[in-house]
Design a protein around this ligand. Structure first.
Ligand SMILES: [Fe+2]
Length: 380
């Protein structure tokens, strides 16, 4: 049996940020809007606040750092919500800011600290309603149930997840992504591509997520490099924004795989950005997965427009897809080795043991801690 669930209202289109007030008004009277510096600098914050106030919603903007959220940052956000008596939460920014808004909204009405829930206390009851407005095309956090958080004391990275944590609405306005610099386009886009590929070969894949992944791959494959090379290319920006959305819709139901299993502890303990590490690991994991999902990789290569026009045998096409993905990622500045990021050595035991998460359990070819350590040695 497979279950697909996604209750988020999704608003799309150039200029759709204008509809924020209309979307927020039925959800609450006082909005607390978490955003980063770039959303303010690009004028998106002002546009959001104006739309809210026009609809009669009081808007309290709060600047937060763009780094991946820690438990302490979530606690601070909850306190800000309390001080402002916010009744609706808005996240305007990249995946980290959306995850912060999601966790703060989910935990605000609950007793106890974020740390207790991170340690396993069950998440009960609905959170505050929240609205996601992504300004990058990457994590799909606008349509997923989980928030990835870091314990600042240990560096451990993990997800809090609840079906009641879905955003009540997501506003996908491709115009918000135009100002993204090339490095952010590359890293967030690498994450989106990785998520589409991991969901497509996940053991949790189902017909609905397959359809989403196929369209995500078709959109992301040819447009990642275009958006990286020319940030003003609106057609490429649209394709990336909707492709990352579709990949997010797929992953929250089909789940991910070994790249995300390894990327969380590696990123958490060594302070590496999520998209960068996903892009770096993706070709290594695809190589490992080849014997288990050649047909899917061959199809993905075709959908992404990365294969030569002449027909190839399935195994050849799958191997060519892995090579083409490696080349694509390299062409947008994603490093191929961890040593290029300044890492000289790794605690293989720690990273391998913490990799055995739910993402890893959905990888199409089982991977033991020993296999993870071998893969990391090759990637170093
Ligand atoms: Fe990701």
């Amino acid at each position: 049996m497979a279950l697909f669930y996604l209750p988020t209202r999704i608003v799309t289109g150039d200029g759709s940020l204008e509809s924020l007030g209309e979307v927020a008004a039925p959800l609450g009277e006082r909005a607390v809007l978490f955003h980063g510096r770039s959303a303010a600098a690009a004028g998106h914050l002002e546009q959001a606040v104006t739309s809210l106030r026009r609809a009669g919603v009081a808007a309290e903007p709060h600047l937060v750092g763009g780094a991946e959220p820690t438990l302490a940052a979530v606690q601070q956000a909850i306190e800000q919500l309390g001080r402002c008596q916010g009744t609706v939460v808005i996240g305007l920014g990249g995946g980290s800011i959306l995850d912060l808004a999601k966790a703060a909204a989910g935990l605000a009405p609950l007793p106890g600290s974020p740390r207790e829930y991170f340690a396993g206390r069950p998440l009960e009851g609905p959170g505050l309603p929240w609205i996601a407005i992504p300004t990058t095309s990457g994590t799909g956090a606008e349509v997923t149930t989980n928030a990835v958080l870091i314990d600042e004391r240990t560096g451990a990275k993990g997800s809090l997840r609840s079906d009641s944590w879905f955003a009540r609405a997501a506003i996908l306005d491709p115009l918000l992504t135009i100002s993204m610099p090339p490095s952010v386009t590359a890293q967030s886009g690498a994450d989106a591509l990785c998520q589409a590929l991991e969901s497509f070969v996940s053991i949790g894949a189902m017909p609905v997520t397959d359809a989403l992944c196929r369209e995500a791959l078709r959109l992301l494959g040819p447009n990642l490099r275009r958006a990286y090379e020319d940030g003003q290319d609106l057609a490429a920006r649209r394709a990336m924004h909707y492709g990352s959305l579709l990949a997010g819709m797929a992953l929250t139901n089909a789940r991910l795989g070994a790249v995300h299993g390894i990327a969380h502890p590696l990123g958490g303990h060594y302070g590496l950005p999520h998209g960068l590490i996903c892009g770096l690991l993706l070709p290594y994991v695809m190589e490992w997965n080849l014997p288990a999902c050649a047909a899917r990789y061959a199809e993905a290569g075709k959908l992404m427009g990365l294969l030569p026009p002449e027909p190839l045998e399935e195994k050849e096409a799958a191997a060519a897809t892995v090579a083409a993905v490696r080349e694509l990622l390299q062409s947008i500045g994603i490093p191929q080795r961890l040593s290029e990021l300044g890492l000289r050595e790794l605690n293989y035991e720690l990273v391998s043991s913490e990799s055995m998460s739910s993402s890893m359990k959905h990888n199409p070819r089982p991977m033991s801690e020993h296999d993870v350590a071998n893969l990391l040695q090759r990637a170093l």
